[in-house]
Design a protein around this ligand. Structure first.
Ligand SMILES: O=C(O)C1=C[C@@H](OP(=O)(O)O)[C@@H](O)[C@H](O)C1
Ligand SMILES: C=C(OP(=O)(O)O)C(=O)O
Length: 409
């Protein structure tokens, strides 16, 4: 699907949007529910990633295809490895077969798991023969993906003696690890995280608990960007959100103050208001705790004619696409000057945006959604725009609701 995006007639928007549940909280909650069936879940994500996770958890044998969903790939690896009697081949899209899984496989093997690579060593697909895992201590590198750590933590309470993890190296995407621990605590599991050591106590049964998934803050980031690019007075209300979020991307509320956007927390809502046009020429952020917002922020800066230096981006090359390379290519199409290295992106201020551009999306939902808000400033095309369904299937409809002209070509 190729879309033509055109500037909304009114650049002082006033609207309310309901956003689907966080895909990260959803996929953790679904796994916990599979282990402890008396856990209930509200406000599940309607994303592709949530759907493949739900389907995957129901399988006991055969092939499980999780498409592009990193969390489903990593969380189901731990799950099936610890499920005696289940035997599956866990696979995914071509890109998923290029996203590394070795750190997690080695950690699970050292706990006693039986996992074999079907094609290339270190990458999916993998054949998993579920077993009771007897060991309770493991060390693993923590600087590549926090999803490996969350995968182990999620199965930890179901292991006979629980689990002690020793994290080696600089820990990346820390809020996602804390989110996992918070959800475990919510269902009554005892955990601790001190220095580089995480401990999870075993638990046979949990009390009836309802996990209420907060809406997705990474999805909210695109509305922060829209408000930042619109006129002073623009007000967009989003639900259902809370102040004490488990999601690290809630840092948007703080970061977007720099772009003149104020956040007001209401009863399960946030209201984003553009209050000021006075913005700095250049901003710098370390996004190692909120990697999924890097694309959003760089497009906001492009649209506002600002420069930025974003660091802590070492995980971006192994996500849905190599996001650093993809951003450099796509930002440059609009006339931007962009430099990247292994962990950072630097954008020079761009005074006028080129028009007639077609943005490529690289099977990456965030490439499409990050550029969407730029339609406030200029008209352009988005190729393969359906990619948004990975985390936010209603994205283009919601942009239409705001008054953007979204036409299928
Ligand atoms: O645990 C999670 O739900 C996630 C962790 C992050 O990945 P990394 O830990 O690989 O950075 C993030 O980018 C991803 O979208 C979701
Ligand atoms: C990196 C992402 O997803 P995942 O790793 O779960 O595929 C994302 O949604 O930005």
């Amino acid at each position: 699907m190729r879309l033509q995006l055109s500037t909304p007639q009114d650049r002082k928007l006033q609207k309310t949007i309901q956003i689907t549940g966080s895909k990260s909280e959803t996929n953790r909650s679904l796994l916990l529910q599979a282990l402890f069936p008396n856990v209930r879940i509200e406000n599940l994500s309607n994303s592709d990633d949530g759907e493949v996770m739900q389907k995957g958890l129901k399988k006991v044998s055969g092939e499980v295809d999780i498409h592009h969903a990193g969390t489903a790939m990593r969380f189901l690896t731990g799950y099936f490895a610890s499920q005696e009697g289940k035997e599956v081949i866990l696979t995914g899209s071509q890109r998923m077969q290029e996203r590394p899984i070795k750190v997690l496989v080695e950690a699970l093997r050292s706990l006693g798991a039986s996992i074999e690579y079907v094609k290339e060593e270190g990458y999916p697909p993998i054949k998993i023969s579920g077993k009771k895992l007897e060991k309770d201590k493991v060390s693993l590198p923590a600087n590549i993906s926090s999803q490996y750590i969350s995968s182990l933590l999620l199965i930890a309470p179901s292991l006979k003696n629980g689990l002690e993890l020793n994290l080696v190296g600089k820990i990346t995407s820390v809020p996602y690890i804390k989110m996992t621990l918070s959800l475990l605590e919510q269902i009554g599991v005892t955990t601790s995280f001190e220095g580089n050591t995480i401990k999870v106590e075993p638990k046979d049964m949990v009390q009836d608990t309802t996990l209420v998934v907060e809406s997705d803050w990474s999805s909210a980031s695109y509305f922060y960007s829209i408000v930042a690019l619109c006129e002073v007075g623009t007000k967009i209300q989003l639900s259902s959100y809370k102040k004490n979020s488990l999601q690290g991307d809630s840092v948007m509320a703080k970061i977007y103050k720099d772009f003149g956007v104020e956040t007001t927390f209401g009863d399960h809502t946030i209201t984003l208001t553009k209050t000021s046009d006075e913005i700095p020429q250049h901003v710098e952020y370390d996004l190692s705790n909120a990697p999924d917002t890097a694309q959003t922020i760089s497009v906001t800066c492009l649209g506002l004619g600002m420069g930025c230096h974003l660091t802590g981006l070492h995980t971006l090359p192994i996500k849905e696409t190599d996001r650093l390379a993809a951003m450099q290519t796509e930002l440059s199409k609009f006339g931007a000057k962009v430099d990247i290295d292994a962990e950072s992106l630097t954008l020079q201020p761009t005074s006028s945006l080129k028009s007639g551009v077609a943005v490529d999306t690289y099977n990456d939902h965030r490439m499409a959604m990050a550029f969407g808000p730029l339609a406030v400033k200029t008209s352009f095309k988005v190729n393969d725009a359906e990619v948004v369904s990975k985390s936010y299937p209603d994205f283009w409809n919601d942009l239409g609701t705001l008054g953007f002209e979204v036409a299928e070509l």
